[in-house]
Ligand binder design. Structure first.
Ligand SMILES: CC(C)(COP(=O)(O)OP(=O)(O)OC[C@H]1O[C@@H](n2cnc3c(N)ncnc32)[C@H](O)[C@@H]1OP(=O)(O)O)[C@@H](O)C(=O)NCCC(=O)NCCS
Length: 170
C-alpha cells in the first residue's frame, strides 16, 4: 500500500518553511508542555533547521517535514551515525494534534527507518523519550522499541530522557 505521507527534507529555511514548523510546534503544545513545561518558542523552530551534533557530519543530521494530503502535518529529525557504528538516532517525531490517529506517525517512522537502512548506519535505531511524555512510550513500544536501561539528564527537559532502541535485522 502506498504510504499516506511523504517525508520531505528541509534543505532551505524559507519564511514559509519556518512558519510551517512554528505552526506544527504550536499544534504539538501538549508535547512541549509535558517535556519542557512551556510552549515551543522561536528558538525551538530555529534549532529544527540548524542542529549541529558533535561527531555527526552536517549532511547526516536530517530534518524533515511530514506531508499528507498536500499539507505539512508533522516534523521529524534523524541523525545517521550515532555513538555506535551502524546506529542512527531519531531526534524528533511529532504529528500536529489535528492530524493524529491516522497512521501518519507510523508511516513517517517507516520512512525514517528506510532512510537509515539505505545508509551505512542502519543496523539499529534509537529514540530518547522524556520520562513525563507518557503517551509516547506506548507509541514507540508498538513500533518495536525497547528500553535500553540508559537515562540522561538534560537541562532543557523537566525530567530524565529514557533511551529506547530497535535492532533493524532482517
Ligand atoms: C506519538 C505520536 C507521534 C503518534 O502520532 P499518530 O499519528 O497519532 O500515530 P499513528 O496514528 O501513526 O499510530 C501508530 C500506532 O501507534 C499507536 N499509538 C499512537 N499513539 C498512541 C498512544 N498515545 N498510546 C498508545 N498507542 C498509540 C496507534 O494505535 C498505532 O498503532 P497501530 O498502527 O498498530 O494501529 C503523536 O501523538 C505525537 O506527535 N505526539 C507528540 C510528540 C511526541 O510525543 N513524539 C514522540 C517523542 S519524540
Amino acid at each position: 500500500m502506498a504510504s499516506p505521507i511523504e517525508l520531505v527534507p528541509f534543505t532551505v529555511r524559507t519564511d514559509e518553511a519556518f512558519a510551517g514548523v512554528e505552526r506544527v510546534m504550536r499544534e504539538c503544545g501538549d508535547y512541549y508542555q509535558l517535556v519542557q513545561g512551556h510552549a515551543a518558542d522561536r528558538a525551538e523552530a530555529e534549532e529544527f533547521f540548524h542542529f549541529d551534533v558533535p561527531g555527526v557530519p552536517p549532511e547526516n543530521a536530517r530534518a524533515y517535514g511530514i506531508h499528507a494530503g498536500g499539507q505539512l502535518v508533522g516534523l521529524a529529525s534523524l541523525l545517521l551515525g550515532w555513538k555506535r557504528p551502524g546506529q542512527s538516532m531519531i531526534g524528533f517525531l511529532a504529528i500536529g494534534a489535528p492530524h493524529r490517529g491516522k497512521g501518519y506517525a507510523r508511516a513517517a517512522y517507516d520512512a525514517l527507518e528506510a532512510v537509515a537502512r539505505a545508509s551505512p548506519h542502519g543496523t539499529s535505531l534509537r529514540i530518547g523519550i522524556v520520562e513525563t511524555n507518557d503517551p509516547a512510550f506506548a507509541f514507540w513500544h508498538r513500533l518495536g522499541f525497547v528500553e535500553t536501561g540508559e537515562r540522561r539528564a538534560l537541562d532543557e527537559y523537566v525530567a530524565d530522557v529514557i533511551l529506547l532502541e530497535k535492532t533493524l535485522d532482517g
